[in-house]
Design a protein around this ligand. Sequence first.
Ligand SMILES: *Cc1c(COP(=O)(O)O)cnc(C)c1O
Length: 396
Amino acid sequence: MSAASREAALTARLAALASAGLSRRRRLVDHYARPDSSVEAMIDGRRVRVFCSNDYLGLARHPRVTAAFAAGARRWGAGAGASHLVTGHHLEHHALEEELAEFTGRERALLFSTGYMANLAVGTVLAGRGDLVLEDRLNHASLLDAGRLAGARFERYEHADAADVARLLAGRGAGEALLLTDGLFSMDGDVAPLRELAAAADRAGAWLAVDDAHGLGVLGEHGGGSLELCGLGAHDVPVLVGTLGKAFGTFGAFIAGSAALCELMVHRARTLIFTTALPPAVAAATREALRRVRLEPWRRERLRSHIARLRDGCAALGVPLLPSTTPIQALVLGDNATALAASEALLERGLLVAAIRPPTVPVGTARLRVTLSAAHTEDDVDRLVEGLGALRPGLA
Ligand SMILES: *Cc1c(COP(=O)(O)O)cnc(C)c1O
């Protein structure tokens, strides 16, 4: 193939995506407009209030978190210099792991560089040929990829359907079974039926791993996430994955579980062994963020009050948000073009709300996805309600 025909093939693929309404583009954040928060910004040359960041608690630009980051960089440098198993594992990582283990009520926690990599580790270390991996249809892409990469028999069950899980577990063969689910579903905002899933896994002797990327820090009185909300502990959910790039405002992820589970991960998880450790400064910033998560419950209360304000406002205007008691609030619009047009109309009002399309969500369920943050003001929420209300005529 000549260079010209290679380029032509790539251009044709891009054109096909565009005609399906699946073009994607990275927005350029030029600067933030408010001190200490990331909810108002100059993006693509326009000043907008942001309703699609995962900085749920407003910690990403918290002065104490950024100061810890800066101090960490001065002390340790900009990078870890190696993987955890060579010379990348620093005192700061070690302390953060101990604090995360305590926070999640588990024997041990193990840092990974991203949530994607932590999930790949869970799938590939706990399942293999001859085993069965079960996943919710709406699981995050990284969990689905983990299931595929494991090389086990891979089945998706109906969303949030514990009876379907029990049926599939009853029909499994001789191998191990691994049940993987999001805690708080990232595109719908609902919480998995963790009690029922834990009971089904327990009855069948299966592993249950919960990826609580969006729940930790946010849900539950103490920020313990979906598990706290459902009243479950380490005995019910032996494997917990958390990410640090969302409510904690920094970057990275961890697996929390028994000491043996984490030790096996150190020996077998390729996404831990063959990658550079997080910069120690990120671990230092995250330790400070974790302190804020614990010491500032008002951030969760404020978020809850924003959620209620948004839902009450939308209900009054007849805007049909999906049922959700979490900071993730979705308005399903159907086809890609409608979702894009709605997002564009909100942008005209200075409101940045992402249009989410396949393959992130199932075909025909393109939507607006709002995320709220404790950094929002009541005025931000009111403007959003107005904007969503003004879309209505176009929705029917
Ligand atoms: C964001 C997210 C991840 C990936 O975490 P990163 O640290 O960003 O790689 C994994 N699972 C879920 C449910 C997520 O929302």
